[in-house]
Design a protein around this ligand. Structure first.
Ligand code: NAD
Length: 248
């Protein structure tokens, strides 16, 4: 019997970069576990795209800030597929533009719970299963904000992505002997709904033309880099950061 199709888990797949990764992963031959927090309609649309590209798709509603929800993601994955070959740790939140002096404890706790602790616990579940099977690949979705700092706008968000970069490097060292590669993509200004969620949809039109390439990027352009890092073409790449930012 031939090997079953590889399985990829993508968090935050109802829209934007996660949805683009799901569509491309399906085209590249993965079956998919896709998670979404609240946008069931968006998640169903992603499922339809991925199924049209030939994938078997399982959707799981999950808030990555809730450890029980992460357990449920993996219980579903174990029951439906019994394996995980690839993880796109994509779910991420942002809050409105603010200075640090206007950020309260609740805001900081929430953004770190989603972007850092959530991503670490999702990665933990993947590593446990990948180590048991002898390998796998993880891509964390960071941001150029990790090195720019986003002063005056989102120092909280930037700090979470800085933590993701450090985590990427540390985890890549930790699990390389187990045959698991861990890398990060750092998108720049990408056309998705996240800018609207930050109360600043105008960021795309304002900052896109200020990049060296004079435009914002697309979610599909991030997805190609994510899928490269997951693929065997990146077999000797781990602990790396790939900026997908038009040079920003
Ligand atoms: P998006 O808002 O379209 O997607 C974010 C996804 O994360 C959504 O599916 C959302 O439901 C999910 N999410 C948010 N909070 C969650 C939670 N608590 N639990 C589970 N899922 C949750 O935006 P996007 O631009 O596609 O963002 C995807 C990733 O890319 C994020 O990690 C974001 O930080 C990163 N990023 C985006 C840009 C950009 O310009 N769009 C730039 C750099 C990094």
């Amino acid at each position: 019997m031939s090997d079953p199709r590889p399985v990829c888990l993508i968090t935050g797949a109802s829209a934007g970069i996660g949805a683009a990764c799901a569509e491309l992963a399906a085209k590249r031959g993965y079956d998919l576990v896709l998670t979404y927090r609240s946008d069931g309609t968006g998640a169903e649309a992603t499922r339809a795209m991925a199924e049209a590209a030939g994938a078997r798709v399982v959707l799981v509603q999950a808030d990555v800030a809730e450890p029980d929800d992460i357990d449920r993601i993996y219980a579903t994955l174990d029951a439906e597929f019994g394996r995980i070959d690839a993880l796109v740790n994509n779910a991420g939140a942002i809050d409105s533009i603010a200075r640090l002096t206007d950020m309260d404890h609740a805001r900081l706790t929430r953004i770190f719970a989603v972007n850092v602790i959530g991503a670490m616990l999702v990665a933990k579940g993947a590593v446990q299963r990948m180590e048991a099977r002898g390998g796998g690949a993880i891509v964390n979705v960071s941001s150029v904000a990790a090195r720019l700092g986003s002063g005056g706008q989102f120092v909280d968000y930037a700090a979470t992505k800085g933590a993701i970069d450090t985590f990427t490097k540390g985890l890549s060292d930790e699990v390389a002997p187990s045959g698991i590669r861990v890398n990060a993509v750092r998108p720049g200004i990408i056309v998705t709904d996240i800018h609207g969620k930050a109360g600043a949809p105008e960021r795309v039109d304002k900052l896109g033309p200020m990049t060296p390439m004079r435009r914002a990027g697309t979610a599909a352009e991030v997805a190609t880099s994510v899928l490269y890092l997951l693929s065997d073409e990146a077999s000797y790449v781990t602990g790396a950061f790939l900026d997908v930012s038009g040079g920003r």
